[in-house]
Each structure stands twice: as structure tokens, then as C-alpha cells.
Design a protein around this ligand. Structure first.
Ligand code: WTA
Length: 657
């Protein structure tokens, strides 16, 4: 864990003292600090109170303030030279391109907002589900909804109709925005079909989607329901060419959007973000992370269906007038150098992606990189999982040419933007490959042992956040109790007025105070940077008629970090077979989506359980990682362990072949 002397371009001379000095000042009085930070933005009315702590952990930021995020992301640029600047260089997977200026974006958002209000009937406070691929209409839709004071709920286009239906029902959304289809690995994925099925499933559960807006992207045949379905282009064309929709003033503590993420129960959680707090936090963190410049070409290669895209493809970059690259398709299609060729084509200056993508591209070999001039890059970023030091060094040397600092950002859907990461936009600290370095200004982070003691340097513990921050979630949509239980119950002492946020991540701090993030501490997997609840997966598997019981755990994977492996007990009368394995995988694909499909189904006759019937996942995890199983005295039937062990040995043999 030693510091390495890393030579950066003279722009980024590491200076730890300067950073720590700024940091210390920021946390002396966090309310004053965030008050000053929020004043850098446009508000319709400023706040009466920076932070309302009267009902913890339901903290409310900038109480009494009114704004609309469109004012800072869009309207602010009109009448300035940024209006003519490129907002998005968009590239479709087949190679088609669109160039959209800030002014174009403003016009399109206004026209679509007009149509949503006048023709579709979207009003302030309405939840609108957006199920779109990576096309410019996705940010347009998000901005149009928030402009009207609506609440968007973006659902990743890789989710199945059943997962979409769950999210429509939970949000009680009456309006759905989708597309006919999109390109992935040269094939068209028919999105409208999945959307139609989801609408039907939601209706069976009592939630009627009244209007569906369809963007034509792939040109495939779709079924349009009269009176319910509208083409996006028809709606926009009906709007006046110079339509102007006044951004609806929203309370700072109104909900800006909901985004679902997996938890430790079968039901995904609708994470709610606030209008004023999220806006303030994202604006500032973007500046600290990427040190934005007027001639930047920023590329966050994530999907907007996840929080990374909300924050670092839509709201953060637009609030800074950044020019961006946005891409529809697979990162290695049609060839493994798709990403590098795009960096060269657009002279990307800041590139931000996940370790999973880097591991995938690393494996293709450096010959795909060497063909391209990547010298425009000045900062590189990573997010979503711990980055292995070898991959870090490769990224630093091969992609950044040894000039660009690597900004490893630790954060979550719940935190709004990065929480622990280097901040070249303030003062870069010396980097250590694999460490996210220090908390960002205003963030009071610590590491505790399970019994609540402060962990010693070098001692693995649980990451906690001890003071509220503006980007924090407001709660879980429709489930305040779950919000308290999931994030605050672990270490808080309400009787003493102590509230501590618990992200459920393992971490360790070294002798120099650097944070090293070590993965999830709950029953949530991190597959290719995507959170998947093991119970959600088990519920899907058990819904197959042949399955009696299932336990899902993560197995190490060289590219995806980890992959789900399922131990399955069949009902009597069913025999393990390859066909059954395929059928069970198909069930998961149908109920959740392709990202959740287990890499293997391992059939066993019983699962290791405690006498009280609790499945002991810890044993299966230990066996998968080739570690000792530890204490098994509470097991109901120790022979279950042997069976799991031989199933895993079989599986490992197959993996090697
Ligand atoms: C993990 C993605 C190590 C972590 C923004 C967290 C990371 C979960 C890092 C959130 C990182 C995210 N290093 N682990 N730099 N960034 N994680 O909600 O376990 O999709 O709790 O948000 O990803 O995933 P989510």
C-alpha cells in the first residue's frame, strides 16, 4: 500500500496537504460549507435553512428553497456561447451519428415537455417511467419530465418486461416512455414488445399505464394501441417550433427522480433523490472529480439506466456545459477497439468507466489500443467495483500514457455522486493503485468494526458516513421503514441522537489514511458493476415449477468481478439435467433480465442450513473461494457441506476446460 511516484502532466501536481487542508475546513461546519456551495447554482428562491435535522434520518436539504434542475442544466446556457457548443456527440452501434448542441437540446426538451403536458397530460408530481436505450431521447425525456416538475423513474433497457412491470407498479406510473427497439451486437432488441408485456402485467396488478410514448430508433414493426400509444416524433412535431415551457418551480426537498436498486429482499428499492440536494451535490462533485474545462470532451461509458449515467451523463456534465460522447451499443462491437477508436475520433479528454469494462478490453490485447492516438486524455476514472492494482496500472500506462491521474470513485445509487475519490479539480493527492484515496469535501467517512468500534489502520471494517450530505437519498419510495432499517439501523443510536449511514461496504484505511474499498458486506452481488440481490435471484429461480429451494452466491470471475452461481434443490419427481439448467436460467432472464442469469446452476439434494432453517451462504462462499468453511456446529446436517463441496469441485473443473 505504498505511494508510487506517478508523474502527471504539470497540470496535476499532487499535493496532499493542500487537499487535506481544504477538506478539514469543509467539515468544520458542513452546513456553512454546503450553503456556500449551493450558492454557485441558480435557484428560484433561496433556502431558509441549509439542513433540516428535525426528523432524522429523513434529513432535508435547503429547506424553503425552490428551483428546477433545468435552469442549471439547460436554460442557463441559452444566450451564452455554450448554446452553440456540442452537448452530445452521439454514436449508434451501427455507426450512425448525431451531433446535438446545447441549443438543440433546449429546443427538443421544450417541445417534448410541451407535448407531454398538452397531449399526454403529465403534471407536477407525476411519476413517469422511462425505458429507453442509450439514445439522445433518453436525456431529453428526463429533462422534459423534470422541467414539468414530474418525477422520472428510468428503468435500464436490459431489464425484462417483468422487472419493468414491478417498477411501474411500485412507482404507480401512468406514463411510460420507450422505443421500438435498439441495436446490441448487431441485433435489434425489440423494446416495445417488452414494454407492451410489462404494461399488461402492471394492469393485472391494478396499475394502468394510460399513455405510452414510443421513440422510433430501430425501425422495426411495433403494435401501436390507438388512444394509448403515441410516436415520440409525432408529439414533438405537434409542439410549436419555438415552444417554451417554463420550468416548474419545485421545492428543494421534492423528489427529483426515483431509481430502483437491488437490496437484500426480493423487492427492489425505489431510491428517491431530492431536487435541491442532488443538484448541489452533483454540481460540486463533478467539478472536483473532473476539473471541467471549456474544451473538454467528456465520456462516461455507462448506461443512463444506472445512477452513474444519471449523474455523469445527464445532470453533472450538462450543469457544467460539457461536450460529451454518448454511445448506444456494445463496447467491443464490431471490433474490440470500438471504445479506443471513439476516444480518438472525438478527442476525448476525460474518460470514465468500470473495472469490468477495462478487464474485458485488457484481455483483447494491446494491439487494439496501439492503433489509436489517445493523447487527448487528461483524466481517467473508474466506478462500480474495486479496481485491481494490475488493471489500474495498465489503465494508467496504456490508456492514459502515464499522464492522466486515475480518479477511482466510490459511491452508490443512494449517495447521488462520488463520496470517496481523488479530486483533481481541487487538489490531486498522490495516488495509490486500487485506493479511492480520501473522502470528498463535506463527507465525514469512517470505518467501524461490527461492534461499533473505530477500526485501526489496516483493520478491515465497515464503511460509514457520519454526517448528512446533500446528495443523500431522501428515502425509499413508499417504504420509510425499510429506509431506516437498511441504511441507519446498523450503527445509529437514536436515543443519543447519533445517526450513522451504513452503505454495507467493507473497507480498510491504511497508515496514510487512504481508503480501500473491499466489496459488499450484505447479501448483494456486484456483477460487472451491477448490484443484484441474492434473494431477488432466488425468488426468480424458485418460481420455476421444478425447483424446491435455491441459494445464490457470488463466484469470483476474472472479468465481471463476480458472477451468480445457484445451488438448487429440485422437487421430488424431477431429475437434474442440462435442459433443466437452461430452463431455470431462462426463468431468471424472463423475470429479471440477461444481466442476472447465473453462470451455473449446481444441483444438490440439500442446502447447508442452520437448525433454525437459515441457509448458510457463508459456507458456500468459502467453498467457492477455496477457503476453510469455519464453524459448522450450528449446521442441521453436516453432510450438506460435502455435497456442496463436490458440486463446486465439479463446477471448477468445468470452468477450467
Ligand atoms: C460498489 C454505482 C469499490 C460498492 C455508483 C457500492 C465500488 C456499490 C466503487 C454501489 C469503487 C462502487 N470501488 N467498490 N470505486 N464504486 N462500488 O448503487 O459496493 O450501482 O456499494 O452505484 O458498488 O453500486 P451502485
Amino acid at each position: 500500500m505504498s505511494e508510487e511516484a506517478l508523474p502527471f502532466s504539470e497540470v496535476y501536481v499532487p499535493d496532499k496537504d493542500r487537499y487535506l487542508e481544504y477538506y478539514r475546513k469543509s467539515i468544520e461546519d458542513i452546513e456553512r460549507f454546503w450553503d456556500e456551495r449551493a450558492r454557485e447554482l441558480i435557484w428560484i428562491k433561496t433556502w431558509d435553512q441549509v439542513l433540516d435535522r428535525s426528523n432524522p434520518p429523513f434529513y432535508r436539504w435547503f429547506k424553503g428553497g425552490y428551483t428546477n434542475i433545468n435552469l442549471n442544466a439547460l436554460d442557463k446556457w441559452i444566450g451564452t456561447s455554450t448554446a452553440n457548443k456540442v452537448a452530445y456527440y452521439w454514436e449508434g452501434e451501427p455507426g450512425d451519428r448525431r451531433v446535438i448542441s446545447y441549443y438543440d437540446l433546449y429546443v427538443e426538451v421544450n417541445r417534448f415537455a410541451w407535448a407531454l403536458r398538452e397531449l399526454v397530460g403529465v403534471k407536477e408530481g407525476d411519476a413517469v417511467t422511462i425505458y429507453l436505450p442509450m439514445i439522445p431521447e433518453l436525456p431529453v425525456s428526463m429533462l422534459a419530465v423534470t422541467r414539468l416538475g414530474g418525477i422520472h423513474s428510468v428503468v435500464f433497457s436490459g431489464f425484462s418486461s417483468s422487472a419493468l412491470a414491478d417498477r411501474i407498479v411500485d412507482a404507480r406510473a401512468r406514463v411510460l416512455i420507450t422505443a421500438d427497439g435498439f441495436y446490441r451486437r448487431g441485433r435489434v432488441i425489440e423494446l416495445k414488445k417488452a414494454a407492451d408485456e410489462a404494461v399488461k402485467l402492471a394492469e393485472d396488478r391494478g396499475v394502468r399505464v394510460e399513455k405510452v410514448v414510443v421513440v422510433r430508433r430501430a425501425g422495426v414493426d411495433v403494435n401501436m394501441v390507438e388512444g394509448r400509444d403515441y410516436w415520440y416524433h409525432d408529439l414533438v412535431n405537434e409542439a410549436p417550433v419555438k415552444a417554451y415551457v417554463k420550468p416548474v418551480p419545485r421545492k428543494s426537498d421534492d423528489v427529483l427522480f426515483i431509481l430502483y436498486t437491488s437490496g437484500t429482499t426480493g423487492r427492489p428499492k425505489g431510491i428517491m433523490h431530492s431536487v435541491g440536494g442532488y443538484m448541489t451535490y452533483v454540481y460540486n462533485v463533478f467539478k472536483w472529480n473532473w476539473d471541467p474545462r471549456s474544451d473538454d470532451v467528456f465520456w462516461c461509458a455507462a448506461d443512463i439506466g444506472w445512477i452513474t449515467g444519471h449523474t455523469y451523463i445527464v445532470y453533472g456534465p450538462l450543469m457544467h456545459g460539457e461536450t460529451q460522447v454518448m454511445y448506444e451499443g456494445a463496447p467491443d462491437y464490431p471490433q474490440p477497439d470500438r471504445i479506443w477508436s471513439m476516444i480518438e475520433r472525438y478527442s476525448v479528454t476525460v474518460f470514465y468507466t468500470s473495472p469490468t469494462l477495462l478487464r474485458l478490453l485488457l484481455r483483447y490485447g494491446d494491439k487494439w489500443i496501439e492503433k489509436h492516438d489517445l493523447s487527448s486524455i487528461r483524466i481517467l476514472g473508474t466506478v462500480g467495483e474495486p479496481i485491481n492494482p494490475e488493471v489500474w496500472r495498465w489503465y494508467y500506462k496504456k490508456i492514459g500514457g502515464g499522464r492522466a491521474p486515475i480518479v477511482d470513485t466510490w459511491w452508490q445509487t443512494e449517495t447521488g455522486a462520488a463520496m470517496i475519490s481523488p479530486a483533481p479539480g481541487l487538489s490531486l493527492v498522490p495516488l495509490k493503485p486500487g485506493s479511492a484515496t480520501y473522502p470528498l469535501p463535506g463527507i465525514v467517512a469512517d470505518i467501524l468494526t461490527p461492534d461499533g468500534r473505530k477500526a485501526e489502520p489496516g483493520e478491515k471494517g465497515l464503511l460509514v458516513i457520519k454526517e448528512p450530505w446533500p446528495g443523500m437519498l431522501m428515502g425509499i419510495w413508499g417504504d420509510p421503514d425499510r429506509y431506516i432499517k437498511t441504511y441507519w439501523a446498523m450503527f445509529s443510536r437514536p436515543g443519543d441522537g447519533v445517526w450513522i449511514y451504513y452503505p454495507a461496504d467493507y473497507a480498510v484505511r491504511d497508515e496514510d489514511g487512504y481508503f480501500w474499498l473491499l466489496g459488499r458486506a450484505d447479501e448483494v452481488l456486484n456483477v460487472a458493476g451491477h448490484r443484484l440481490g441474492t434473494i431477488e435471484l432466488e425468488d426468480a429461480i424458485v418460481s420455476h415449477p421444478a425447483v424446491s429451494e435455491a441459494a445464490v452466491v457470488g463466484a469470483p470471475d476474472p472479468i465481471k468481478g463476480e458472477v451468480p452461481v445457484a445451488f438448487v434443490v429440485l422437487k421430488t419427481g424431477y431429475e437434474p439435467s442440462e435442459r433443466l439448467e437452461e430452463e431455470i436460467k431462462e426463468e431468471v432472464r424472463k423475470l429479471i433480465g440477461p444481466i442476472a442469469v447465473p453462470s451455473r446452476i449446481l444441483f444438490v439434494s440439500k442446502l447447508p442450513k442452520t437448525r433454525s432453517g437459515k441457509i448458510m451462504r457463508r459456507i458456500m462462499i468459502a467453498l467457492l473461494h477455496g477457503k476453510p468453511v469455519g464453524d459448522v456446529t450450528t449446521l442441521e446436517d453436516p453432510s450438506a457441506v460435502d455435497e456442496v463441496r463436490s458440486a463446486i469441485e465439479e463446477f471448477k473443473k468445468l470452468m477450467k476446460e
